[in-house]
Design a protein around this ligand. Structure first.
Ligand code: BES
Ligand code: MN
Ligand code: ZN
Length: 500
């Protein structure tokens, strides 16, 4: 569905000829139910005789997160409607970026069906307001006959007092590009598995890559066989729709560092012969979220022109049970020659990632970032919204810290050596599962570590929960694909571009 068109304005919200004005509300620390207005709403408040907070409180506004209250303006300002979005409690420094992003997202959802609005939340944090608005307005209606209320068409973004017009334009452009990348990832994830299978996913990724000026290479099943990609081929064997491996490269101006991205692209995960229970199996349409994020980030990189050299290695397969499927007990020879005993065909992600990681390391990257909906254990450990981040110590911690600064969240997790012994195989170099449930997310990380080249700084991001929201929308997060961790990796790449 088309994104709203955002443009900067210096016209204040009270004077704007629009249908709705978005303001922020803040929850009181001391007075329960006490609501105050966020910075940026002063002129709107003045038009209401300084009584706007009291009016809002009367109709039940508290300023808490995810709250949105609409009141008619009755001619006090040009717009007919005031949309007050809750920011939650604010610290001494005022509302944080993530609070602005979420409130903007909630407001954008409440604006569905409206043609034109102006937001004042941008005066608190321009980039966060733009991201929140574009992400909150996201809807996936491709497969609906009745599309419902259209997302808000135009949003004027009030310029903050600080900074130059040029800085504001750059912030708008950057935030728009980042939000577009998240929307691209969401579109891939939300496309159902009968339409998004390895070949069609590869075609779409290749087309996006070419349009963005990236170098594109697609290995089909024949090329995979010739190359010896035993992991991708083994997992893909059970499906009538053969696997693919997509390679995208981006050569930035004056590249300081080489970064390799790898993303898990299981277009549907039934578990294979080690089949999953029927309940919520449909959510395995999102098992290509890592791949979706990687493709979207490559397109973003070319738009933002990071001074980096980037490669994406994206294995795509469908994990199905059938007469031709791989079995528990099979031994696969992976790309690069290591052998893996498959004890559980549902631990398929690590098998396709192993091939891709070895291939990615051949290019000699400084950094390797892999993204995968890898383990249910991630959700047991960290819940539905916090990615688990593993890898080499320093880069893992750096990634986790940046993940938290973007609002996507992320927590560093260890790779305890003793788990490696539990992956010993009775006949191959390694087994794909431990045979017990303990530290399942970490065991998957330990398995991947075996395939990462020495001297590569590595971050492994397990997004099993965070990639997909099966429940009600919240903040700027829609139901379905979330696009996590696109913003984290964008911030990480820009940090590497700046600091090496
Ligand atoms: N795609 C799943 C992990 C997953 C589960 C993602 C739930 C999102 C939501 C992965 O391929 C898988 O099945 N992992 C197994 C590993 C086990 C067999 C060691 C799991 O977590 O159960
Ligand atoms: Mn699985
Ligand atoms: Zn999977």
């Amino acid at each position: 569905m088309t994104a709203p068109k955002l443009s900067l304005t210096t016209t204040t919200a009270d004077e704007a000829t629009v249908d709705a004005v978005v303001i922020g509300t803040v929850q009181s620390d001391s007075d329960p139910g006490g609501v105050t207005l966020a910075p940026g709403s002063e002129r709107v408040d003045a038009a209401f005789g300084g009584n706007l907070a009291e009016i809002l409180r009367t109709v039940g506004a508290t300023g808490k997160q995810d709250e949105v209250v609409k009141i008619p303006s009755m001619g006090k300002i040009k717009a007919g409607l005031v949309v007050a979005a809750g920011l939650g409690k604010a610290g001494d420094g005022g509302p944080a970026a993530e609070q602005v992003r979420r409130a903007s997202g909630v407001a954008a959802r409440a604006l569905a069906g409206t043609r034109r609005a102006v937001t004042t939340l941008s005066t608190v944090d321009l980039q966060a307001a733009v991201e929140g608005t574009l992400l909150g307005a996201y809807r996936f209606t491709e497969y609906r006959s009745e599309k419902g209320d259209a997302p808000v068409e135009r949003v004027d973004v009030e310029s903050p007092a600080e900074g130059t017009a040029k800085e504001h334009r750059t912030a708008l452009k950057t935030a728009t590009a980042i939000a577009e990348a998240v929307r691209t990832a969401r579109d891939f994830i939300n496309t159902p598995p009968n339409d998004l299978y390895p070949a069609s996913f590869a075609d779409r990724a290749a087309a996006l890559g070419r349009d963005a000026g990236l170098e594109v290479e697609v290995l089909d099943e024949k090329a995979l066989r010739k190359g010896g990609y035993g992991g991708v081929l083994g997992v893909g064997m059970g499906s009538t729709r053969p696997p693919r491996l997509v390679r995208l490269s981006y050569q930035g101006p004056k590249a300081r560092k080489k970064v390799a991205l790898v993303g898990k692209g299981i277009t549907f995960d039934t578990g294979g012969i080690s089949i999953k229970p029927a309940a919520t199996m449909d959510e395995m349409t999102s098992d290509m979220s890592g791949a979706a994020a990687v493709v979207a980030i490559m397109v973003l990189a070319s738009k933002l022109k990071y001074p980096l050299s980037l490669t994406a290695t994206v294995p795509m397969a469908e994990n199905m049970p059938s007469g031709s499927a791989y079995r528990p007990g099979d031994v696969l020879t992976m790309y690069g020659g290591k052998t893996v005993e498959v004890l559980n065909t549902d631990a398929e992600g690590r098998l396709i990632l192993a091939d891709a990681i070895v291939r990615a390391c051949e290019d000699g990257p400084d950094y390797l970032i892999d993204i995968a909906t890898l383990t249910g254990a991630q959700m047991v450990a960290l819940g539905r919204r916090t990615p688990g981040i593993m890898g080499t110590d320093e880069f893992r911690d750096r990634t986790a810290e940046i993940a938290r600064s973007t609002g996507e969240g992320g927590w560093p997790m260890p790779l305890p050596d003793e788990l490696r012994g539990d992956l010993d195989s009775k006949l191959a170099d390694i087994a794909n599962v431990t045979g017990h449930r303990w530290g399942g997310m970490l065991a998957a990380g330990i398995f991947l570590r075996e395939f990462v080249a020495e001297n590569v700084q590595w971050a492994h991001i397990d997004i099993a929960g965070p990639a997909f929201n099966p429940a009600a929308p919240w903040g700027y997060t829609a139901k379905g694909g979330t696009g996590v961790p696109v913003r984290t990796v964008a911030a990480l790449l820009s940090d590497i571009a700046d600091n090496g």
